[in-house]
Design a protein around this ligand. Sequence first.
Ligand SMILES: *Cc1c(COP(=O)(O)O)cnc(C)c1O
Length: 345
Amino acid sequence: MGTGILTIDLDALAANWRDLARLSQGEAGAVVKANGYGCGAAEVATRLAREGARNFFVATAEEGATLRTSLGPGPVINVFSGHMASDTALIRDHALVPMLNSPEQAARHRAALPDAPYGVQLDTGMNRLGMEAPDWAATRAGLESGPLTLVMSHLACADDPGHPQNAAQLAQFKAMSASVTAPRSLSASGGILLGPDYHFDLTRPGIGIYGGLPFASARPVVRLSLPVVQVRDVALGETVGYSATFTAERPTKLATLSAGYADGLIRYMSNAAPLFAGDHACRLAGRVSMDLLTVDVTDLPEIPDHLDILCPRQSVDQLAEVAGTIGYEILTSLGRRYQRRHIGQ
Ligand SMILES: *Cc1c(COP(=O)(O)O)cnc(C)c1O
């Protein structure tokens, strides 16, 4: 097998969701945008639906349409980007629920699909998506008189419990949604951990389900094992890879692995990220190239068929740290060339 093997543990994923659902005051939904954070939206959502999740969230109507095909009728599929100009047929045909972000989207949805349910996304300070207070004031009466199923907003700083913007957004959300009778939703994974004041009727965990921070007690969900293509001996003083950035300071055994930045192992990991043979760490030697990595395996008693870059010894957040990014980006960059194997039911 020439490509890496990405193993997704659906039992661990389900246990993470159950933990986040137990922490949530109201109902817990599940965010499965970006192909379920790289883990396979179909497999992830199908499993979480069996665990009892009834509200799913995706970024775009296209993602929602694909997800509907996997989930079948029944579960609610909410779309964060709302109702964009070309979305009407997808929303109608796949029974999607757009989170309306502006008076324009509200007018478009009500005109195109007068009986179709919708949510509203409010901007409470992140300034990314959603209606600001004057937009909401102008559209609220009309929207509340139709099939409004959710009023939601999103926290910008929930991964930092001490950040003053959390309380400010909470206050703003309460003020904007006071006396709304539709269910309310404010918190993603980080907000769930801020405590019950932030939960309202429905939470929207994403990263925590997939084993990432800020849900520190999450179980690891992904393992990424990369096959060794070739092993060579490099003499003292020889260099390795593009731009010759690694120089052997001892006689070095070097393994070349089949994966590179085209598979989401970003070039900033060069000469830094460890890979694991069981418990034994081996360092990347030289630049990450498009399809290949070179690893110093001199200290291994025996060269295995595969080395792991994500495993219990190296979480997505630990790898992200080495790469100057966050676990979310490591997961959502996981390459299409990997064989994805889902274990657990
Ligand atoms: C991505 C997203 C979530 C999930 O966030 P996590 O931090 O991954 O839990 C929830 N709500 C909105 C609006 C999002 O964009």
